[in-house]
Design a protein around this ligand. Structure first.
Ligand code: OXD
Ligand code: MN
Length: 598
């Protein structure tokens, strides 16, 4: 086995002749002063070698090879278990460019401040250089990133989440300077020294002090959303926090849909949904579960590519009933982070199939029993699984141009007000519905969970520029679309007076999707309400559903008094975005307010 580690610290032995890349890696090595530099090639041999290293160092714990072949558990520092939005910055020359939705630092301050923390940060450590590609190999839309990291956990996760190694260097070629420069160091995981800084004008990301996926796997939230949304505005496309699914009806007619939901609101479940028995003959397939890059095709349709290669899903609540395809995806070759471990070396989390075992080791490595007062798995515990493990992966998941989109869905987590499904009157009204979306916060980010906040298009934590300008960009896209896909707002999370969810969700969401697709094809009518178009009585197929007609009524109901309060509370967002909010979005709200006043 050739050991290329020490040798690769020399420029002549690096696996690329790209002088811009080599110069940047040398500059970062000078700054961080690692003991050695390892260029990652994404090979199986490298995976074996680094996995062994991670096991020897206690970074990964091998799981039972009979129950979970090729799977490992990682227990992170209890300080690094979720995204830290208050420590995430967009560093643009002009403060206004970052907008009120982002924390801002000037690029000079960002580089100076983090430069001091990065100085000598890899002394005694190995610097891994990870070339990776976001998007299918060969697609003109894919983006090359290079992540430099001191974390072997990051390397092994990036290997699952992105197309890594040779493929990225070949795409970059020998002379291009068009690559994202990502520098990451875990340092001592002290939140006081934690910063996730984006420099979109330099296509650069510096992340320090966190090992958590959303902060440390730089291809995902940092490049594929924050930097990509910025590039998308310049280049005329959209980077969105959206799943992409395919739905084929029993007659063989197939459509693709994108859907934006905030973090930990069921995107992975929706993307891998198994339709209920009533929908026999329907086939759902997955293109992606978290991120979608949307472009206008030559045919004037909207086309979507999933830039990722794997799933970084929330474990709690995942089971054979809620998401059998996710359960199949994590049977082998997956990395689990902060889940609990059974006595026989398998994984466990709240909401997995079966009763809690009498004894477990919890996510911190402590003994746990069903009497314990704390959860066995962290509420934001995760699995990282190759997308090729998914039994319903769509045949076009690697297509260079992506797939054409027939409908766009926005959805928040709302206990009240928002009905199960509503269609916008037109594109501008749809942009308004997405822009004003509210959702209860979840464990995916640090801070209090369960608080309603405006999360426009589920992009509040991920839009790399002023979000008012982002709405403007969405509005402009319409002019380039021959026939814009219809836009819908959904809510799987409405609760009854007893505090219980009204709608069963999961596979039963197929009923809503079927109506969405029928609307997209003009196959079914709708009722007009002052707020949007909703299913007419009898159009939403609830046959065989295990809930009462009264529950369906409550789940789909539009209460105008609740909506008056909702429109009022949107005012806060509108005040915050005063400077850049497009007049069209403002007018949409005014029209609704005046309609409801009548
Ligand atoms: C994620 C998130 O991990 O949105 O996908 O936080
Ligand atoms: Mn996400």
């Amino acid at each position: 086995m050739p050991d290329n580690r020490a040798a690769a610290t020399k420029r002549s032995d690096a696996p690329t002749n790209n002088s811009k890349l080599l110069a940047w890696v040398e500059e970062m090595a000078k700054l961080t002063q690692p003991d050695e530099i390892v260029w990652c090639d994404g090979s199986e041999e490298e995976k074996q070698r680094l996995t062994k290293l991670a096991v020897d160092k206690g970074i990964l714990i091998p799981l039972n090879p009979e129950k979970r072949p090729g799977c490992y558990l990682h227990r992170s520092d209890p300080n690094a278990v979720a995204r830290t939005e208050h420590l995430t910055f967009v560093c643009t020359r002009a403060k206004e460019a970052a907008g009120p939705n982002n924390n801002w630092m000037s690029p000079k301050d960002g580089y100076d401040k983090l430069g001091k923390l990065f100085a000598g940060s890899m002394k005694g450590r190995t610097m891994y250089v990870i070339p990776y590609l976001m998007g299918p190999a060969g697609s003109p839309f894919s983006k090359v990133g290079i992540e430099i990291t001191d974390s072997v956990y990051v390397v092994l996760n990036m290997r699952i989440m992105a197309r890594m190694g040779r493929v990225a260097l070949d795409t970059l070629g020998d002379s291009s300077n068009d690559f994202n420069r990502g520098l990451h160091c875990t340092l001592d995981l002290d939140p006081e020294k934690r910063f996730i800084c984006h420099f979109p004008e330099d296509n650069t990301i510096w992340s320090i002090g966190s090992g958590y996926g959303g902060n440390a796997l730089l291809g995902k939230k940092c490049l594929a959303l924050r930097i990509a949304s910025f590039l998308g505005r310049e280049e005329g496309w959209l980077a969105e926090h959206m799943l992409i699914l395919g739905a084929e009806d029993p007659q063989g007619k197939k459509h693709y849909v994108v859907a934006a939901f905030p973090s930990a609101c069921g995107k992975t479940n929706f993307a891998m949904m198994v339709p209920p028995a009533k929908f026999k003959g329907w086939k759902i397939t997955t293109i992606g579960d978290d991120i979608s890059w949307l472009r206008i095709g030559k045919d004037g349709r909207l086309w979507a590519v999933n830039p990722e290669n794997g799933y970084f899903g929330v474990a709690p609540g995942t089971n054979k009933k809620t998401n059998p395809n996710a359960m199949a995806s994590i049977e082998r070759d997956a990395i689990f982070t902060n889940v609990a471990m059974t006595k026989d070396g398998d994984v466990w989390w709240e909401g997995i199939d079966g009763q809690p075992p009498a004894e477990l080791t919890d996510w911190r490595g402590n003994p746990w029993t069903p009497e314990s007062k704390t959860p066995a798995a962290h509420p934001n515990s995760r699995f990282t699984a190759p997308m090729r493990n998914n039994p319903i992966l769509d045949a076009k998941a690697d297509d260079d141009d992506g797939v054409p989109i027939s409908a766009i869905i926005f959805g928040g987590r709302r206990a009240t007000t928002v009905p199960l499904v509503m269609q916008s009157f037109n594109w501008a009204h749809g942009v308004y519905l997405g822009a004003t979306m509210g959702s209860e916060t979840t464990a995916a980010a640090t801070g209090q969970a369960g608080v309603v906040r405006r999360d426009p298009m589920a992009m509040l934590p991920f839009c790399g520029y002023d979000i008012g300008d982002y709405f403007g960009h969405w509005l402009k896209i319409q002019a380039h679309l021959a026939d814009p896909p219809p836009i819908f707002l959904v809510n799987w999370f409405r609760k009854g007076t007893d505090g219980k969810f009204l709608w069963p969700g999961y596979g039963e969401n197929m009923r809503v999707l079927a109506w969405v697709l029928a609307r997209a094809q003009g196959d079914v009518g709708a009722s007009e309400t002052p707020l949007g178009m909703v299913p007419r009585a009898g159009d939403l197929d609830v046959d065989g559903l295990d809930i009462t007609p009264e529950q369906v009524r409550q789940a789909t109901h539009i209460d105008l008094a609740e909506w008056r309060t909702e429109l009022e509370s949107q005012g806060e967002l509108f005040t915050k975005l005063e400077k850049t909010l497009p007049a069209t979005v403002r007018l949409e709200r005014e029209i609704l307010i005046s309609r409801l006043a009548n």
